[in-house]
Design a protein around this ligand. Structure first.
Ligand code: ZN
Ligand code: ZN
Length: 683
């Protein structure tokens, strides 16, 4: 039998011994909440008050949830100041400033002495609660207790005032400090940098600061980056005696933001050590700057060096793949995710859906979409836009309706996707319904893009007057996209009057003329108004109107090849020339005649002084025919819209060579198969 008082006392003795051992051992033996709870019960039963603070300290070390520590604290009958401080610290650092505050009140009510440990945590809680009034009480207490000369307390007062955006008060505390340490200097400088963006004063203080540490260097440098002064930031960076990883990453991010990739690369190459953030900063910067090929080759270098990817890397690279139409690499990244057992977060899932649909693999995009369990609005948007781009308008609208059932609220981008779907298929009534629903049921304000899409939808369908009325009734100033859509519609339907009107507005808005005069000249030519045609052409010659050169790309074995209009370098390739000849010979055999009118008139789509057979997508297709296995799908990405002639030719090529050809142009996808296109010639 192990009952009886003797045995009980023996158990207690043992327990006491264990308790002491656990609480005083420097290595953290008290690791589980279970042991902690056993101790808890024992300490209270045995009334071992002197061990309570030790116990609380353990709670804080182990980052136990604050409510547990709190409940233990409430069971201590008369806590001492050490115990009060410990619980306040636990509550404040675990994001419970309100509770920290009520303990502080109790401390005050019970006349327990505050000290220089209590006040800094209270000051921080005040900042978190934006409670300046209470902050001033804390300051008063500090003064009353003569703690306002304590560096620790004073620094927290600086942080308090800066946190409540009371810069002069913070400065006064700083100026009156008899002795200042690095932390105090850092607090005041960081306040000027981050709270009032006063880089002048921050810099002045930084110069006066006696022992500048790397933390402070970083604060000042990132301050200059935040105000966009890269000159000053890089000057400081050069002068910094120690350049740590954070500093290098920060300055690199700054260079990337302003598009100075040369400088960013220089920092990157000279860094003694790089972490995944360094790689991600440069890769995602390159992607955002539109330098997709560079981003991809940097990514390859990252893989070669065996750096482990994280979510940011994956999302950036997938986005580059999407833009480049680099399906093979995109697939590889996807298989990497699977191989490494990466969790496909909704962010990665969205990037995958976007990549697959932009690379023309809509089916896989849908599979990825279906599998994801928590779908947010961005994911739905990627899917809807993907379907719209591929001309799957009905499905896109079904998805749009389905969102409601899954209680995901559509946002502006969702509506834009749905309107695009309507516009690609000429679904006027549906489009109008969705557009109206923005204000009525969705609570969204139509933006310029929505108006542009509506004008495009109405205009293409021949409802030019309705489109014009919509523009006139716009509550915001119409932009280039809106008038450009109307001008484009005027070209389809041969409306000279509205075309002239839109053209004038366009020139007012965009001096560069993004090819509008070319469209107008075409409209004149089609209407037989040769005098006006000649006038516009003359004007174009005089003004040397800017035209974005056409460019198409194709990915072969994971490498992206780009083709410009009549790409001289590529045309030096005998193989390619032979294939181009072969293509035109076989096209002629099936009765194809190049639409020379396109060569002459349609300057907007691509530079037309050059022969049609050298349009960039034809070069890319020819290249694809040479370098892919027979029967393989050829995928092309083009920066401009496909011209009418290339569209006809590509349809025929798909039949003659028995290839599926997928072309993504500026606005949508064309799936060419057996002599016809998925767009139904409506694009
Ligand atoms: Zn063309
Ligand atoms: Zn098409």
């Amino acid at each position: 039998m192990n009952g009886g008082p003797r045995a009980l006392s023996a158990t207690f003795n043992r327990m006491h011994h264990i308790a002491l051992h656990l609480l005083y051992s420097s290595n953290q033996t008290v690791t589980t909440l279970f042991t902690l709870k056993q101790l808890h019960v024992y300490l209270l039963k045995a009334q071992l008050h002197h061990l309570h603070s030790k116990f609380l300290l353990h709670c804080s070390k182990l980052l136990i949830n604050p409510s547990y520590a709190s409940s233990f604290f409430t069971q201590i009958p008369t806590p001492n100041s050490f115990e009060f401080n410990t619980i306040i610290r636990i509550l404040q650092t675990s994001g419970e400033p309100q509770q920290a505050l009520s303990i502080f009140r109790r401390m005050h009510d019970e006349n327990v002495q505050f000290d220089h440990f209590t006040l800094p945590f209270m000051a921080r809680a005040c900042v978190e609660l934006s409670n300046l009034g209470l902050g001033q009480v804390v300051h008063g207490q500090a003064a009353r207790l003569g703690l306002d000369a304590d560096v620790f307390v004073q620094t927290s007062l600086i942080e308090l005032y800066m946190g409540c955006e009371c810069v002069p008060e913070a400065r006064q505390v700083f100026d009156e400090m008899p002795k200042r340490d690095v932390v105090a200097w850092t607090a005041i400088i960081s306040g000027y940098v981050n709270k009032c963006r006063d880089m002048g004063v921050a810099c002045q203080l930084f110069e006066e600061m006696p022992d500048k540490d790397v933390v402070c260097w970083n604060i000042v440098i990132s301050g200059f980056i935040k105000i966009g002064d890269m000159g000053k930031a890089s000057e400081l960076f050069c002068n910094a005696p120690i350049k740590d990883l954070l500093m290098c990453n920060t300055i690199m991010a700054g260079f990337v933001t302003v598009g100075d990739f040369e400088a960013a690369y220089k920092v990157f190459d000279e860094m003694p050590r790089r972490d995944v953030v360094s790689w991600n900063t440069l890769i995602s910067g390159l992607v955002q700057g539109g330098l997709f090929n560079e981003a991809i080759s940097l990514f390859r270098r990252m893989m070669k060096e065996g750096i482990e990817l994280n979510e940011v890397t994956i999302v950036s690279v997938l986005s580059a793949c999407a833009q480049m139409g680099a399906l093979d690499l995109g697939r590889w990244v996807h298989s990497y995710i699977d191989r490494m057992g990466f969790r496909v977060s909704v962010l990665i899932g969205t990037a995958l859906v976007d990549m697959y649909s932009k690379c023309g693999a809509l089916k896989v995009a849908r599979q990825v979409f279906e599998v994801l369990s928590d779908k947010d609005v961005a994911l739905w948007n990627a899917m809807i836009l993907g379907l719209a781009m591929h001309g799957k308008s009905k499905e896109a609208l079904e998805f749009f309706d389905q969102m409601e059932g899954e209680s995901v609220r559509p946002n502006e981008v969702t509506v834009l996707g749905a309107l695009c779907a309507c516009s690609h298929a000429g679904l006027v009534t549906e489009g109008q319904r969705i557009f109206r629903s923005m204000g009525s049921t969705l609570g969204l304000k139509p933006r310029l893009e929505h108006y542009g899409c509506m004008v495009d939808l109405l205009g293409r369908a021949g409802l030019l007057n309705e489109a014009y009325e919509l523009i006139k009734g716009m509550p915001i100033e119409p932009h280039v996209g809106v008038w450009g859509a109307l001008l484009g519609a005027c070209k389809i339907h041969g409306n000279v009057e509205l075309a002239e009107l839109s053209f004038e507005r366009l020139l007012e808005l965009d001096q560069r003329d993004g090819g509008y005069s070319a469209i107008l000249s075409n409209i004149y030519a089609n209407a037989g108004r040769w005098g006006d045609f000649a006038r516009v052409r003359e004007m174009m010659r005089e003004r040397m109107i800017y035209k974005e050169p056409g460019c198409s790309s194709i990915e072969i074995n994971g490498e992206v090849h780009e083709f410009g209009v009549r790409d001289k370098a590529h045309l030096r390739s005998k193989e390619l020339c032979k294939m181009l000849e072969e293509i035109s010979r076989r096209l002629k055999m099936v009765g194809y005649v190049a639409k020379t009118s396109e060569v002459f008139f349609d300057v907007q789509e691509e530079e037309k002084e050059l022969a049609l057979c050298y349009h960039s997508e034809k070069l890319a297709i020819a290249y694809g025919l040479i370098h892919t296995d027979s029967g393989a799908t050829i995928r092309i990405v083009k920066n401009l819209r496909v011209c009418g002639d290339c569209h006809t030719a590509t349809k025929l090529i798909s039949k003659i060579f028995d290839r599926e050809i997928v072309v993504r142009d500026r606005s949508r996808f064309h799936h060419f198969r057996e002599g016809s296109c998925s767009c139904g010639d409506y694009w």
